[in-house]
Design a protein around this ligand. Structure first.
Ligand SMILES: Nc1ccn([C@@H]2O[C@H](COP(=O)(O)OP(=O)(O)OP(=O)(O)O)[C@@H](O)[C@H]2O)c(=O)n1
Ligand SMILES: C[C@](O)(CO)[C@H](O)COP(=O)(O)O
Length: 229
């Protein structure tokens, strides 16, 4: 059984919208509905755990789940203060039979069934994977004083995306380990790496952007218009 944990319990601060960015419309449809739709339509996903803000539950049930008839959303869980806490809450509710878990940002609505497939197959084969794309620009690692510390070789630098996929026992152990050691990661793969487990990068898509700031909405609209999705 394959489970998707879809994270939508953030505050969307950087979006500077009047309400949570997950419910902003993209081509007339809420961002979170776009995201859920791709996982709903993937034949490889058996169940979806949706993690949202407590205050959004009633609206989400009415305007998203009922309206778009998502049948694979088996549980709606409230998130936590940090993304990592929201993931942990989601992990506590996956089915016992779940062998593979994909963890995905609800704010990445342009994910595709092909990326989902690569992440599931990669997680089954390697135990831990992350979607990503090779960086196109040169990266500078900075010192606190604003001067460059060093420039990593571009061929070794990827932009991390989601989904990130894991064998369920690996990601459960990683989050328990992080909680015990008081480790914080901005993604889930970091926590697995901290346990000395290698994470394999799998091909994401440059269009699989995270809707974080207002300009990302313009980019996403343009991608959807161009793709006529
Ligand atoms: N406590 C949190 C924080 C984030 N997320 C989710 O994790 C994804 C990636 O986080 P990000 O893009 O940073 O969203 P926000 O935290 O809402 O944005 P900001 O940092 O601008 O407040 C988003 O789908 C967000 O809803 C979550 O479920 N729970
Ligand atoms: C998980 C992630 O999307 C990988 O790039 C990113 O780390 C999420 O960061 P955020 O600050 O929670 O958006």
């Amino acid at each position: 059984m394959n489970t998707a944990i879809i994270l939508a319990a953030g505050k969307g601060t950087r979006m500077r919208a009047e309400f949570n960015k997950q419910y902003l419309l993209l081509k007339g449809k809420p961002i979170i509905a776009h995201t859920l739709d791709v996982f709903e339509r993937s034949p490889l996903i058996d169940e979806i755990i949706l993690v949202i803000n407590k205050d959004d539950i009633a609206l989400c049930k009415k305007n998203i789940l009922k309206k778009f008839k998502f049948k694979k959303v088996v549980k709606i869980i409230t998130g936590g203060a940090q993304r990592q806490d929201s993931v942990m809450n989601g992990l506590l509710h996956i089915s016992q039979e779940s062998k593979t878990v994909l963890i995905h940002d609800g704010a990445r609505p342009l994910v595709t069934k092909e990326i989902i497939k690569r992440c599931i197959e990669g997680a089954e084969k390697f135990g831990a994977v992350s979607a990503g794309v090779p960086i196109k620009d040169t990266i500078k690692i900075m010192k606190d004083d604003g001067f460059v510390s060093f420039t990593p070789k571009r061929e070794n630098v990827w932009i991390t995306q989601t989904p990130q996929g894991f064998k369920s026992e690996i990601i459960r152990k990683a989050h328990s380990f992080a909680a015990k050691e008081n480790l914080f990661g901005t993604d889930d793969a970091m926590l697995v790496e901290e346990m000395g487990i290698q994470v394999k990068m799998v091909e994401g898509d440059y269009e699989n952007i995270k809707i974080t700031t207002p300009d990302d909405l313009i980019t996403a609209e343009a991608i959807l218009k161009h793709k006529r999705r």
